[in-house]
Design a protein around this ligand. Structure first.
Ligand code: OSB
Ligand code: MG
Length: 368
């Protein structure tokens, strides 16, 4: 295979409802889409880098720069024997996983399309239906939160995750538990606490949460290990796991009992599968995180979630929870049982809508 050209597009779309986390509130998304022309077939990927460096160090601007000025020169004119090699071809570029993940996943999509098989089968997926949970942002009032949870449960979603931060943690969790004693419930702090806050976090244990996601520093495995020793509730790491080596260290240090895998955070399918396999070997369940993706990134998350050890519901949900109109056809839909039926078409199995993508494109660059 050869990548004949690479098209970068920045698309902008408003979220149906603004999303608030401990690091900020987001109403309008900027997303970087990549389209790789591989032997005449288009493979699509999405960089999940954010508008600012608040979840992780990368941004839309840095991802664009690294893709155009470093990744493209490293890949263009190269004979690629399989998509599984692309990760290694980018080895000389340190970090920038969200830039790497965008193109790596696009080449996997193209390779599956060239072979005429669904991407999820091509990567070794084992299920044609995945379980879905929702991630709910911080709300102004607990009443608003309860109403949102009620709506998501009615739509079928199998577990509820709420974002927390200091001052908006115990109270909303306590009230949710009173109202919904039996639901599968978890929290995500996006690194809003410090190790000294452990007695406060310990109070969350009264509400039998499935897990506490990323309570401490975004790159601080050591403190998470300390905290996990003090808590019964499993810690799930998100931000902290950006490489296979971090996953190995986290597991050996016992810094977590569950891992959230995001394609963009780890740099694509090759590292995501390595982390998945390591966790499986160590009996650490994994689930697929989300980054408020457009349909392109969403389609990739669905494919990834079909791997065997994705045994917990992920943050992969219907297009309509985020967008008035998505950029793929059909849009991602969730069944009343809170599952997504994995598509059977070649590659990602959803068709990028070029008309819609053109409409929301803020800038575009074709690299040859
Ligand atoms: O920590 O999982 C996170 C969104 C943006 C940045 C970080 C996170 C999230 C989410 C949203 O939780 C998940 C989704 O796409 O629904
Ligand atoms: Mg998270």
């Amino acid at each position: 295979m050869k990548i004949q050209s690479l098209t970068l597009r920045e698309i902008r779309m408003p979220l149906v409802t603004p999303f608030e986390t401990s690091f900020g509130r987001l109403a309008d998304r900027r997303m970087l889409l990549v389209e790789a022309d591989v032997n005449g077939v288009s493979g699509w990927g999405e960089s999940v880098a954010g508008e600012g460096p608040f979840y992780a160090p990368e941004t839309v601007e840095t991802a664009w720069h690294i893709l155009r000025d470093f990744i493209w020169p490293a890949l263009k004119n190269c004979e690629i024997h399989s998509a599984a090699e692309v990760w290694e071809m980018m080895e000389g570029i340190r970090g920038h996983n969200m830039a790497k993940g965008a193109i790596e996943s696009a080449i996997w999509d193209a390779e599956a399309k060239l072979a005429g098989v669904p991407l999820w089968k091509h990567i070794g997926g084992v299920r044609d239906e995945i379980s879905c949970g929702v991630s709910i942002g911080i709300k102004e009032t607990v009443d608003e939160l309860i109403a949102t949870v009620e709506r998501e449960l009615a739509a079928g979603y199998q577990r509820i995750k709420i974002k927390i931060k200091p001052g908006q943690d115990i109270e909303p969790v306590e009230q949710l538990r009173q109202r919904f004693p039996r639901i599968r419930l978890m929290v995500d702090a996006n690194s809003a606490y410090r190790l000294e806050d452990w007695p406060h976090l310990k109070r969350l244990e009264a509400y039998y949460l499935m897990m506490i996601e990323q309570p401490l520093g975004w790159d601080d495995l050591y403190s998470h290990a300390e905290l996990q020793r003090k808590l019964e509730t499993p810690i799930c790491l998100d931000e902290c796991i950006h490489t296979l080596e971090h996953a190995r260290a986290a597991i050996d240090l016992r810094a977590c009992r569950i891992v959230n895998i995001k394609l963009g955070r780890v740099g694509g399918y090759t590292p995501a599968r390595q982390i998945h396999n390591l966790c499986q070997l160590k009996q650490i369940p994994v689930w697929c995180g989300g980054m408020l993706e457009s349909g392109i990134g969403r389609a990739h998350n669905i494919a990834l979630s079909t791997l065997e050890n994705f045994s917990l519901p992920g943050d992969v949900t219907a297009s309509r929870r985020y967008w008035m109109e998505d950029v793929i056809e059909p849009e991602v839909e969730v069944t009343p049982q809170g599952t997504i039926r994995v598509p059977s078409g070649p590659g990602i199995g959803y068709i990028p809508r070029l008309d819609r993508i053109e409409d929301v494109t803020a800038r575009k660059e074709i690299l040859k």
